[in-house]
Every structure is written in C-alpha cells, then in structure tokens.
Write a protein that binds this ligand. Structure first.
Ligand code: PLP
Length: 429
C-alpha cells in the first residue's frame, strides 16, 4: 500500500502521518457508516413506496407531458424527505437557481424576506438584490431583512422576534456555512428555530437552504416543519451521478408556486422533458447516502490532519458534523493555493493541470478552485475552493469514495510539505 501511495507521489512521512491520524478516527467513521445505513434504507423505502420501475428511466422529449419518470422521481424525493411534494428537474440549472425560484415563486411585491442565519450564500446576494443586480427580488419590490447569528453561531431569538414584521412573508435559514467561518447549523437547531417562528407566525413560510446538508444526519429540516428545503443535485443528493439539476421539497402549495416560476404560470409541474437524465437522477439519489458518508469521512480526516499541524479548522477535529464542508484557515495565500494543487493532482480527471485563482461570476474576489471532476463544478466530487482574501481559508468538500478523499488530502499535505509550509510531527514510538 505504502509503495502504491509513493508511486502516486505521497512520501513515506506524509503517509505515516496520515495513518497515525486515522487510527484515532475509527469510532467516528463507524458512526458515519451507521448514519449512511439509516439513510440508505430511507431512500430504498421511498423508491419502493413510489413504485419506481424500469420505465421511469426512459427519456421524454418536447413538452414532457405525463413523464412518469419525472413525476415518480418527485414522489421519491417527497417520500424520502417526508414532504407533501417535490420539484426535481434538470431544468433547474444549479442550487442558486433552485433557491431563486423557491424565493421568487413564493414572494410577492411588498413582501419581506428575512434571513435569520446572517448573510446568505454569496450568489444569493444578487438574487435578493443585496448587491444590486438585474432582475433581483428587490427590483420586484420584495424587501430584505437580516438577523445575524450570535457570536457562538446560534440563533439570535431576541433579534428574530424584533425582526418579524407584518410584511414578513418568508424566512430563509442557511444550514451550511458556505463561504463563512461560522459553524454549520444542526438540524436540531434549525428545528428549534422553526418551532419558534411557527409559534409566533404560523403564516410565514420557512425555507431552508439545505445545500451540502442532505444525508449528513438522519433527519432533514423538513422533518421539523420546514415549508421548503432546497438544494443542488451536483452536491449530496445527486450522488455524483446527476449531471445537472436542483430540487425543492416541501408543502404542495410552496412547491407548486415554485414550479409556476420555473416554467410559467398555468403550466407549472406539468411540462419539462426529462431528456434522458432520469436514470442518473435515480441512481445518484440511491447512492447519495454512502457518497455523502465518504465525503464526510474526508472532511473529518482533513480537519484532524490540519488541526494537528496548528491550523484553525472549521469545524474542528472533534465537533459533530452537519454538512460536508471543511474549512482550513491557512492565513497565507500559498497555503490555500498549495492545498488546491494537491487536490487537483489527486484527481482521476485533469490531474495534470495546475489551478489558478480567477474572477468568478457571483463572487466579489478572485477564487481558486480545484476539481478533477466527471461533472463540471460538481462539489460532491472531491473539490476545494476558496476566495483569495484573508484569512485564506480553503473550503474542501466531497469525494465520491473515501479512498479518493483520503488520497486527495494526503496529496494536499504533500504539496504543503514539499514547499516547506509545514513540518510533520515526529512519529511517536
Ligand atoms: C452551493 C451552495 C449554494 C448554491 O449552489 P450552486 O449550485 O453553486 O448554485 C447555495 N447555498 C449554499 C449553502 C451552498 O453551499
């Protein structure tokens, strides 16, 4: 094994350091496997309940009327996430798009959108109009308010109480930290906040940005009364196989309103050809619990590898996990770039290219991204990225298999080690 790693470019020192870290993680990995087992059963049960058949994998074209594969898949998502309905489509181009239609479909002029988990994900700033943008919700007369999380990352209940106004129509909660260094919210924490809101304002719609959170825990925010959970299929629920897509799962009313925005008023869910991607949507969802488990192991391994070397890691090496993202703060740009070079060098695809920082649409600073992915930009596949600005934090996520995640992390360390940015602790005898 060591020889094979060496032939891939991992030195003996880096390999042995990694093995030492892994020794201590056995129990946590066993617990992750149990969660995957639970969620796998949940998905199989949903597929059986919805009567998934081989016919569901056929492609439809044109209008896509009566597409049984598409309609059954939406039943599967609704059954797995315990919601009344779901919208799962290749016409949803990404997570931002799914969130945008969930918001635009459910908000009307004069309504207020309230975020209670602080600043939303970068790309949503333009959707909402926090950064002025053509076609934003702000242009349509939807106002925006925000309550930041408290210092310790928990909800500011006093602030939320004060921010609830008669025009508050929809509350957004972002589960994952995104490009921030706050802790990710647990499903239990989100559930508590939903109960708090519903007690005061049962008329308000609660939407959870569930990106990166699916199948990390046994329950989802929809198990706690969220009206909509929203995510991307090139993250967890696509299982690495979905080539495009997003989902919205929630109440029948909310999902239908979003569908009228995705297609158009009057047509809603009734149109939308599935174009031959259904097999990968089903199979990806089927694999998603174990793929998410692989990614989670990678995140925990990375946290422990870099924490022990003195870097700040979020979450830390021993914290419980609520999404698959791992942040490592290097504090200097070469740390971030070397890490990304390592992830790229360990990839099955495009391993021979070197990632460079670049301006990206939707982001306000240069971003470096490493991915040797089968699906462009897929972040359930092993990938790392980070904005080139202090604290030079890398956001690392994904890994379709645990051995690949392990190789990627060892390779990132190898790059830092070779350039003299880290010294490895002497092995204890
Ligand atoms: C990835 C992500 C999004 C946006 O998804 P894209 O597919 O990149 O558009 C939104 N919110 C969170 C928390 C995310 O992690």
């Amino acid at each position: 094994m060591k020889q094979l790693y060496e032939s891939l470019g991992i030195s003996k020192e880096v390999y042995e350091y990694g093995e030492g870290i892994l020794e201590a993680l056995k129990e946590r990995f066993a617990a992750i496997d149990e969660t995957a087992e639970y969620n796998q059963l949940k998905v199989i049960a949903a597929m059986q309940k919805a009567h998934v058949s081989a016919e569901c994998f056929n492609a439809s074209s044109g209008y896509g009327y009566d597409d049984i594969g598409r309609d059954t898949l939406e039943e599967v998502y609704a059954a797995a996430f315990h919601t009344e309905a779901a919208l799962v489509r290749p016409q949803i181009t990404c997570g931002t798009h799914a969130l945008a239609i969930a918001l635009a479909g459910n908000l009307r002029p004069g309504d207020e959108l309230l975020s209670i988990s602080g600043r939303p994900y970068d790309t949503l700033e333009e959707v909402i109009g926090i950064r002025p943008s053509c076609g934003s919700l702000a242009e349509y007369g939807v106002t925006y308010a925000q309550v930041d999380l408290l210092e310790d990352g928990s909800f500011d209940y006093e602030g939320i109480e004060k921010a609830l106004r008669p025009q508050t129509r929809l509350i957004e909660i972002q589960r994952s930290k995104g490009y921030q260094t706050r802790p990710t919210l647990s499903v239990a924490q989100i559930g508590e906040a939903i109960a708090f809101i519903k007690e005061r304002r049962p008329d308000v719609i609660v939407m959870v940005d569930n990106c990166y959170g699916e199948f990390v825990e046994r329950l989802e925010p929809s198990d706690f009364d969220a009206d909509m959970i929203v995510g991307s299929l090139i993250k967890n629920p696509g299982g690495g196989l979905a080539p495009i897509g997003g989902y919205i799962a929630g109440t029948k009313e909310c999902v239908e309103r979003a569908a009228y925005r995705l297609t158009c008023p009057g047509l809603g869910k009734e149109v939308g050809a599935s174009l031959g991607v259904m097999r990968s949507f089903y199979q990806g969802f089927f694999l998603a619990p174990t793929v998410t488990a692989a990614a989670l192991k990678g995140a925990i391994f990375a946290a422990n590898v870099y924490e022990r070397l003195g870097f700040k890691v979020v979450p830390n090496g021993s914290e419980s996990r609520h999404d698959i993202i791992q942040a490592v703060e290097f504090g200097f740009p070469e740390g971030l770039t070397s890490f990304c070079e390592g992830i790229q060098a360990a990839a099955p695809v495009d391993s021979y290219v070197t990632p460079e920082p670049w301006a990206m649409p939707g982001y306000d600073s240069d971003v470096i991204m490493a991915a040797g992915a089968f699906i462009q930009g897929s972040s359930i596949e092993l990938s790392a990225d980070g904005p080139l600005k202090p604290p030079y934090a890398v956001y690392f996520q994904g890994g379709l298999t645990w051995p690949h995640a392990k190789l990627g992390i060892l390779m990132s360390l190898q790059k830092l080690y070779e350039k003299g940015h880290v010294t490895l602790p002497v092995k204890q005898q």
